[in-house]
Design a protein around this ligand. Structure first.
Ligand code: HEM
Length: 521
């Protein structure tokens, strides 16, 4: 067998032969030139194919973006593609070709066209990465990842009552133990005068809360941190979804689709298995449990639906929905909560006005039913979702069979097109002075009724229409409950002389550096 010593034993002639085989300088000059020309021509053909693909050359945009995906990948990789895209929209107008096969739109009329209930556009391939598989590797359909309209409608119908506001208001007591644990933790910071990394705390709070709503029990992230390494998986997933899968989907089969590579990247991670195990156990327990007097969990409601109509939702789909809650509903809610708190603490007048409203109208423990009536609280939540939507890249759709005209341009079948909430939310026609934090813009007056309707239509932090976020009421109940709770119990101040927080935009606009000082009132 040839080992490392074998090379030294090779004859000088054999080495010379090997050298001839691998060394390019031994190619004849003519072969080298032909190869270079062929490569060059191939590249030119590729660029031309991209540029003129399906007649997209008429859609305005930078030349480089129309011939190659590289500028787009670079922009997304730097985690601030919304800034680049905003500049492109300012230069080219409401419709821009941001990559050879990706179109960004920013006009208000396209909201209904692309996302309305009767839209012909379907979700782009991008969402497929969010899919869960069972232990045999079979796809478990869930509303987030499926591109099939019939499956999507059935899944939405099968879980509609569990996601309804009425059910979630009943589930509110399920998150009380989590809120109490959070308050104990914040009391410790208040009593010791230490700075709290509130961004991290909110992430753990949102994780425990969504577990409690879904399963009636949580993993105690607030006290134990990321002990099942779920964040590790979700973080890999977020950047991969935005960069590799989102911009160069064909790479997927060589990357995370390869189970060995996926296993290597995720390390010895058991968080998915632990979550699946919990979902299976809770579903089974819900089948055997008699209905209790306490609030029903999300899984229990779905199990009841299955009992009443076995074809409405399968057991696997119950698991898919419950697991989807964890991945779609923890970081997004935490991001929204961070934005609400940060913007308030940066704007003392708004902070004081909200404190006055909640302190004179509510008492602990806060109930969603009362808190949701407070107009300034609602306005502060909407303004934070407008300025810092937790999803900050295109809500991608695929043009339907035969293509479709959008904003005066024919978009060929299969081309990805979408609106970025971050960009629409900064449209000066809809939101004058869009970079100003102004919760008051959401308050109703006699003069602004029509304009408010337009603003509400263009607030797409939760999406719009057919695929509007299933969990929006879960997040709204959590936010509407927690923010007044904090303001009633504490005075809050940004630490480090009000240092700004930072955020990365890899589809999810996750912030870091929200450091807060709490003092008891
Ligand atoms: C502030 C918090 C949240 C924000 C900003 C948010 C944002 C979004 C957005 C923008 C979409 C639409 C994607 C599209 O149209 O392409 C979406 C869809 C979805 N979200 Fe959320 N989300 C939040 C919380 C949650 C929670 C708590 C859950 C579940 C517990 C959840 C579950 C889902 C699901 C299942 C979908 C897919 C809906 C469909 O396609 O029909 N989200 N979310």
């Amino acid at each position: 067998m040839a080992g490392p010593g074998a090379l030294s034993a090779m004859s000088a002639g054999a080495i010379e032969k090997l050298h001839v085989i691998i060394a390019p300088q031994h190619w004849s000059g003519a072969t080298g030139i032909s190869l270079s020309v062929a490569l060059y021509l191939l590249l030119v053909c590729h660029f031309l194919f991209n540029r003129y693909h399906k007649g997209l050359e008429k859609v305005p945009g930078p030349f480089l973006n129309s011939i190659s995906t590289i500028p787009r990948i670079w922009s997304v990789y730097r985690a601030s593609s919304h800034v680049d895209d905003m500049r492109l929209h300012q230069k080219y107008g409401h419709i821009v070709r941001v990559a050879p096969r990706i179109i960004s739109v920013s006009d208000t009329a396209s909201v209904e066209h692309l996302y309305g209930i009767t839209t012909k556009f379907v979700k782009s391939e991008f969402f497929k990465l969010g899919a869960f598989t069972d232990d045999k590797g079979e796809y478990i359909p869930d509303p987030f990842s499926t591109q099939d309209r019939h499956i999507h409608s059935r899944l939405k119908r099968g879980a509609a009552n569990a996601y309804s506001l009425a059910s979630l208001v009943k589930m509110e007591p399920l998150i009380s133990p989590v809120t109490n644990r959070l308050l104990k933790l914040l009391d410790r910071h208040a009593d010791s005068g230490t700075i709290c990394d509130f961004g991290d705390v909110l992430k753990n709070y949102a994780m425990d809360a969504i577990f409690c709503i879904s399963f009636g029990q949580d993993m105690n992230y607030l006290e134990k941190g990321d002990h099942i390494r779920l964040y590790h998986v979700l973080d890999i997933f977020a950047s991969y979804m935005a960069i590799q899968f989102g911009q160069i989907p064909w790479c997927h089969k060589f990357l995370l689709k390869n189970p060995r590579l996926a296993e290597w990247i995720a390390g010895n991670d058991t968080s998915q298995l632990q979550m699946m195990d919990l979902a299976i156990r809770e579903t089974e327990a819900s089948f055997s449990k008699p209905p209790s007097d306490g609030p029903e969990t999300f899984v229990q409601l779905l199990v009841n639906n299955q009992r009443k109509s076995p074809t409405s939702i399968t057991i696997d789909e119950i698991h898919g929905n419950a697991l989807g809650n964890i991945s779609a509903g923890s970081d997004t809610t935490a991001t929204a909560l961070r934005a609400v708190i940060y913007l308030l603490l940066k704007n003392p007048t708004a902070y004081q006005r909200l404190c006055d409203e909640v302190r004179s109208n509510l008492e602990l423990p806060v109930k969603f039913k009362e808190a949701s009536k407070l107009t300034y609280l609602n306005a502060c939540i909407k303004e934070a979702l407008r300025m810092h939507p937790p999803v900050g890249m295109l809500l991608g759709r695929q043009a339907p069979q035969g293509g479709e005209v959008v904003n005066g341009f024919h978009i060929a079948e299969g081309i990805e097109i979408g609106i970025n909430p971050m960009i629409l939310h900064h449209d000066t026609q809809v939101f004058p002075d869009p970079y100003e934090y102004n919760p008051g813009r959401w308050l109703k007056t006699e003069q602004n009724e029509e304009h408010l309707k337009l603003m509400n239509r263009c607030l797409i932090a939760f999406g719009h229409g057919r695929h509007i976020c299933s969990g929006q009421h879960i997040s709204m109940v959590e936010m509407t409950n927690l923010i007044p709770t904090l303001l009633i119990r504490y005075d809050l101040k940004l630490a480090n002389n009000g240092r700004n927080y930072k955020f990365k935009n890899w589809w999810f606009t996750t912030q870091t550096g929200l450091e807060v000082l709490f003092s008891r009132r």
